[in-house]
Design a protein around this ligand. Structure first.
Ligand code: 9PG
Length: 677
């Protein structure tokens, strides 16, 4: 790429690198963005704005900008040039500024808004609309054509899929799935953190998202009718003192022709900016939850441990992870219940003696109404405006309150709990679950902390306590977890049934436990793995009894998990798992590494073709409830297809691959051998 060039024109500054041109209209208070050499501007009439807690709002549109500063920058993304624009304010208005940055070596623009309190009394900021822009519309096209919207969910379990403007938005499910703020008014599709919109007819893709994610939650909205695109960073009404300044998170806008590449690029940039953690290898293990659930006992763990030791050569798994069910109460993590008579340190020692590493589940940001923790510290919960305790979830036959991680006593307690679990008991791995609870809306001890900051303080305390041991985030908001967790659950719970048990077909059930729900997110969040953390697609369930999954469904679940390249944990009773099902696991374990790209991500919410260029594996799934012929576009012009499971030669296919009469929910995996000869 090239240097960043800056020039002044009569209407305002222009910033340009080898791929993008950013044009500012000073009098309009707007900017536009397009690809160099393409002529067309894709983002037009873009403005910046802020909303105050008292309902007042500010926008640059119409007010105009002055150029405040042009300066070189250098950061995680390389060298660049930043232009600071100051909104022309009327007397008495707060100051609003926008910084626009282009980098020499990056094909995206970075935007950040800043608000200055020029008054003599504090002011509270609700949100920054860092960018409000228009995308080109194609009004003559039917509602299902035009822009296709990649929608990312707020936390691990929140639905992630592509939608059309004609589709209804996925409703939020407070507080579990999505307590985050929603845009005013109907007609928007909403994505958390990042959205990619692509129009195959126009051949254009715009990715708008956020690069910095520690301080404010963020969303991107597309207005279905007007194609207005808004990137918002939530300041949650925190106070800005007289003379002080508050900035939004840093937004990124990327314009490309290839939507899959755009998501990879965004993941790389977010990982760089937030210092994503790496791990030497993709972890594997066994987890107690999906067979024993909360009835698990020490004997169950030991029985599986002994079986794992016997099977070590066949199944080289690393971690034995004890899930929910060992603790005396939700919050009483250091007291085991009577199903674990020898205590948790004994169990970790036993796991180590057999040559495995030990993992433990906790839900550290919840305090159950029946717990000793809550009885002793009712003041540790987040409050609502009326002074009531805020519920994080109703589960385990009680209300569970959300912990206020802005309280120093809570931070001390968290460190104590996690030091005990790791240093004293010896656990090498913690699965921290339901951790969105630290980020619920409410009143906290520190009124200057946003939801994201409160969450991050809790997470940082856990990281301090566990040192460089493995942390798996679960039920975790995506953005502020980057840089702290090693592994991350990226979808809803798997289950020994394909569809959710309730609400099937309804959109609000997309985050309920079900094999198909877990797979949807695992496929659609492909770009996170190895960029933000190791992705955890949730467990394999391979058993042939105590399951409602058909053999085809079991194989598809296992195949898609393996194609994700992410963590592989089995969750069956290994003392009873048939040899033939175990062999499936041994075959799939070596596939950890590369995440498959869903080639048809923007065509449907459950992509049918998953491709790994590194080992040339192509998986094809029939998501339909009936037998069907599935036709997919090949990622190469032509290839000989060799069946991964059977080794059978399935012949040469050109352009597309046609799979005849694939049973419902069945899949096929092929190695694509090239046709050199
Ligand atoms: C243990 C489980 C497992 C699982 C986690 C998480 O909405 N809910 O009531 C709800 C309950 C459980 C749940 C997700 C949502 O599963 O994902 O792997 O650890 O907790 O209780």
């Amino acid at each position: 790429m090239a240097d960043v060039r800056f020039h002044d024109t009569p209407t305002g500054p222009v910033l340009e690198n080898g791929s993008l041109r950013l044009t500012v209209g000073l009098d309009e208070g707007e900017f536009s963005l397009g690809r160099v050499g393409n002529g067309d501007e894709i983002i037009t009439g873009a403005s910046t704005g802020a909303e105050l807690a008292n309902g007042a709002s500010l926008t640059s549109r119409g007010a105009g900008f002055n150029v405040a500063e042009v300066q070189p920058v250098e950061d995680a993304h390389g060298r660049g040039t930043a232009v600071a624009l100051r909104r022309r304010a009327a007397a008495g208005e707060p100051g609003l500024a926008l910084t626009l940055t282009l980098y020499e070596e990056q094909p995206f623009a970075v935007l950040q808004s800043h608000l200055t309190n020029t008054a003599g009394r504090p002011l509270r900021v609700q949100a920054f609309h860092v960018m409000r822009a228009s995308l080109p519309t194609t009004p003559s096209t039917p509602p299902d054509a035009g822009w296709r919207f990649y929608r990312n969910g707020w936390q691990s379990w929140s639905p992630t899929l592509t939608l059309s403007p004609g589709d209804a938005d996925i409703p939020p499910l407070p507080p579990v799935v999505d307590p985050a703020t929603r845009p005013p008014g109907q007609g928007h599709l909403v994505s958390d953190l990042v959205a990619t919109v692509t129009d195959p007819a126009l051949g254009q893709t715009v990715t708008a998202g956020f690069l910095s994610t520690a301080d404010q939650f963020s969303q991107v909205w597309l207005h279905a009718e007007t194609s207005a695109l808004t990137a918002t960073s939530y300041a949650d009404g925190i106070e800005v003192g007289p003379g002080a300044e508050l900035s939004s998170e840093r937004a990124v806008v990327d314009i490309t022709r290839d939507p899959l590449l755009a998501l990879h690029r965004y993941g790389d940039a977010l990982g760089r900016e937030m210092g994503a953690l790496s791990w030497p290898h993709v972890t594997t293990g066994w987890c107690s939850w999906y067979h024993y659930f909360q009835h698990v006992s020490e004997d169950d763990i030991v029985a599986n441990l002994e079986r794992l030791a016997e099977l070590r050569d066949e199944l080289p798994l690393e971690y034995v992870q004890v899930d929910d069910g060992f603790q005396a109460g939700i919050g009483d993590w250091l007291t085991p219940n009577d199903k674990f008579p020898h205590g948790m340190a004994w169990l970790a020692r036993r796991i180590h003696e057999r040559g495995f590493k030990a993992g433990l589940w906790l839900a550290p940001f919840l305090a159950g109404a029946k717990s000793r923790l809550f009885a002793e510290h009712p003041d540790w919960a987040v409050r609502d405006a009326a002074g009531g305790t805020v519920v994080g979830i109703q589960n385990w036959e009680q209300l569970c309150y959300a912990m206020d991680c802005t309280r120093p006593e809570v931070i001390d307690w968290l460190e104590h709990v996690f030091r005990t679990v790791t240093d004293d008991w010896g656990y090498d791995y913690v699965k921290i679950d339901f951790i969105y609870a630290a980020a619920v809306e409410g009143v906290r001890h520190d009124p200057r902390a946003t939801r994201a900051q409160a969450y991050r303080r809790g997470l940082e305390a856990i990281r301090r306590a566990v040192g460089d041991r493995f942390i798996l985030g679960c039920g975790a908001p995506i953005g502020p977890s980057v840089g702290i967790v090693n592994g991350m659950r990226i979808g809803p719970d798997v289950a020994p049934h394909w569809y959710p048990l309730v609400g099937r077909g309804g959109r609000s059930s997309l985050s309920f436990p079900a094999a198909v729900n877990a797979l949807r997110n695992t496929i659609n969040r492909f770009w996170m793995h190895n960029r933000l953390w190791l992705s955890d697609p949730d467990c394999l369930l391979l058993r042939d009894s105590e399951t409602a999954l058909t053999p085809d469904e079991v194989r598809t679940l296992a195949t898609v998990i393996a194609m994700s390249g992410g963590m592989i944990l089995d969750s069956d009773d290994l003392t009873r798992l048939p040899a033939e099902r175990r062999r499936m696991l041994s075959r799939l374990l070596p596939l950890r590494g590369e995440a498959a790209v869903p080639l048809d991500l923007f065509d449907r919410d459950l992509p049918r073709a998953l491709w790994r260029a590194g080992d040339r594996l192509l998986a094809v799934v029939n998501w339909a409830d009936e037998e069907a012929d599935v036709i997919v576009q090949l990622p190469v012009p032509a290839a000989r297809l060799k069946d991964f499971w059977t080794g059978d030669d399935s012949g040469v296919q050109r352009g597309t691959a046609t799979l005849r009469r694939l049973p419902p929910h069945a899949s096929r995996v092929f190695t694509l051998e090239s046709l050199e000869d």
